[in-house]
Write a protein that binds this ligand. Sequence first.
Ligand SMILES: NC(=O)c1ccc[n+]([C@@H]2O[C@H](COP(=O)([O-])OP(=O)(O)OC[C@H]3O[C@@H](n4cnc5c(N)ncnc54)[C@H](OP(=O)(O)O)[C@@H]3O)[C@@H](O)[C@H]2O)c1
Length: 281
Amino acid sequence: MSVDLLPGSTWFVGCGNMAGAMVEGWRSAGVELSQAVAIRPSGKLVEGVRTVQSVGEAGRPPKVVILGFKPQKLDEIAPQLASRLSAQTVIVSILAGVEVASLRSRFPGAAAIVRAMPNLPVAVRRGVIGLYSADADDALRQQLKQLFTVLGMVAWTASEAELAAIGAVAGAGPAYVARFIAALAKAGVQRGLDPDIAATVALETVFGTGWLAAANGEGMAAIARRVASPNGTTEAGLAVLDQDDVFDALIGAAITAAARRGGELAEAARSDKVAVATSLP
Ligand SMILES: NC(=O)c1ccc[n+]([C@@H]2O[C@H](COP(=O)([O-])OP(=O)(O)OC[C@H]3O[C@@H](n4cnc5c(N)ncnc54)[C@H](OP(=O)(O)O)[C@@H]3O)[C@@H](O)[C@H]2O)c1
């Protein structure tokens, strides 16, 4: 049975890794996608969704547009897209770093502008999705919360700074967690494990720890304490990670670098001048 959660006709403008993962999550949950159109220059089919190569082929102005292309493409895509929207169209942007004011200047006639910061596990409906809008009314906020809750944990944020913080931790987080799992597996190989077994053992260890914490509501310090008996093997390992807070510092530095890049993307989107459609049908 399909679930009617899309607010109406919906265009995915750009449907690669991230927007594709969102579609996959909604499709697997049985969300009705017959009113959705994926627009991507390659025309590569997005399963379950009518796929076209340009906005010109997408049909009547949509109720919702999900911007799923790279931030650097904004000024190439916005002018042609803005001229195809109606005054009822809601823009939902997943573009990292691109602020509401920059989007509003490209889409001056849109009914509302919403920023969403999802992460890749939305594909399996265990994602984290931050949302922010300066002009969405309560009904739209509620509607989007329901729609995105299908994909995971949803947090409406009170500021774009808070959204950026969620993006820094959760949006980019799966890449850091993937690196950690790979490092754990590599250490297993160095200790003599078969690479395939090491990879599975590392993955299941991270998965199981997350699951345990979620199930018990137990804090990470408590879990670490339960594993590490005094003067035992784990404690010897933790001493390496904890010395001079080296592990915290490493993750903190990675997130700071990502946040800095987000700031650069925001700055680029702020300063670019584009020709926008001034009147909407
Ligand atoms: N990846 C993540 O984990 C993540 C997390 C949070 C936010 N985001 C944001 O998500 C956005 C997309 O990232 P991604 O990783 O999904 O990139 P991606 O896989 O490269 O997808 C980009 C999409 O944009 C399409 N595109 C390129 N030129 C276009 C045009 N002129 N008109 C319409 N569509 C066009 C591409 O079309 P083709 O498919 O035909 O090549 C592709 O579908 C970025 O803004 C990023 O900041 C990503």
